[in-house]
Design a protein around this ligand. Structure first.
Ligand code: UDP
Length: 258
């Protein structure tokens, strides 16, 4: 099966050559890492859930006109995507103080921010993904000023959409990280959403209980990581528990006498 050429292997995903030029296959692994790879574990089934959750979100974003690299899901762990040139930035959008922002600025975790805040981190594991400003990004040529404007506009649209989507299923979107890429389309370059959107890269808190339904369960040793991801998938309506093909196999018969 893996005679396909592996193009790239990251911490949680592998990219293989796709069936046609300009396409790739994105494979979701069960690996969970945190603190720049210092903490690592296998969470069996996580890749399957993230594939489904990310498919659902990217499809919805495509539908509302946010351009993404997503084409279609192929199987339990893989999706067909368009090949893009990744802009080497992690774009973080925050609605509520948490994580590194709360630590750095001494904010109380869970406090809503005065408005949504966008931050940029330079993708460089060896440097621990340092935070950078637009000045650094343009001076070092990682993206042009126009591209940064486009990235920020898309990030805010994605945030507005996701906040509403998650609120509708009783989840507060605290913050999330996204990545963008350049897609060549007949000599034209477009900025599109790439990578994934899943509980691996979002902070998702239950509205009623503030329970964490995301990777912080792994980072902070809270247990129940897979169950939390399953809960997100279930609420989004994408958890298909062993669907039985129609018209085949045993049929459930009522045990009650009639
Ligand atoms: N995040 C991510 N990958 C990273 C760093 C952060 O997906 O390498 C996500 C993280 O899950 C959270 C948001 O970006 O939803 C903001 O993370 P923060 O800067 O607070 O980092 P952390 O607390 O994880 O160090």
């Amino acid at each position: 099966m893996n005679r396909r050429r592996r193009v790239y292997e990251g911490k949680a995903k592998v990219l293989y050559e796709g069936p046609e030029p300009g396409t790739l296959i994105q494979h979701f692994k069960d690996d969970a890492t945190a603190f720049n790879n210092k903490k690592h574990a296998l969470i069996e089934g996580k890749g399957v859930l993230n594939n489904r959750i990310s498919e659902f979100i990217f499809q919805k974003l495509n539908e509302i006109g946010v351009p993404t690299h997503f084409v279609k899901r192929i199987n339990m762990r893989e999706q067909l995507i368009r090949e893009v040139e990744i802009i080497p930035l992690e774009v973080v959008v925050r609605n509520v103080a948490a994580g590194s922002l709360a630590t750095r600025l001494g904010l109380e975790e869970g406090k809503p921010l005065p408005r949504s805040i966008i931050e940029f981190y330079y993708k460089a594991d060896a440097l621990n993904d340092p935070m950078v400003t637009e000045e650094h990004i343009t001076a070092f040529g990682w993206a042009t000023p126009q591209e940064i404007d486009e990235v920020m506009a898309l990030a805010l649209r994605i945030n507005d959409f996701l906040v509403g989507l998650f609120l509708g299923i009783g989840i507060r979107l605290i913050d999330f990280k996204v990545e963008f890429g350049r897609l060549w389309d007949n000599e034209q370059v477009r900025i599109v959403l790439a990578d994934e959107i899943s509980p691996d890269c979002c902070r998702l808190w239950d509205v009623a209980t503030s329970d964490k339904l995301d990777k912080d369960r792994f980072r902070r040793d809270l247990g129940g990581v897979l169950e939390a991801y399953q809960e997100v998938a279930r609420r989004l309506g994408v958890l298909t528990e062993n669907p039985r093909p129609k018209g085949s196999g045993p049929v459930l018969v009522s045990s009650k006498p009639n």
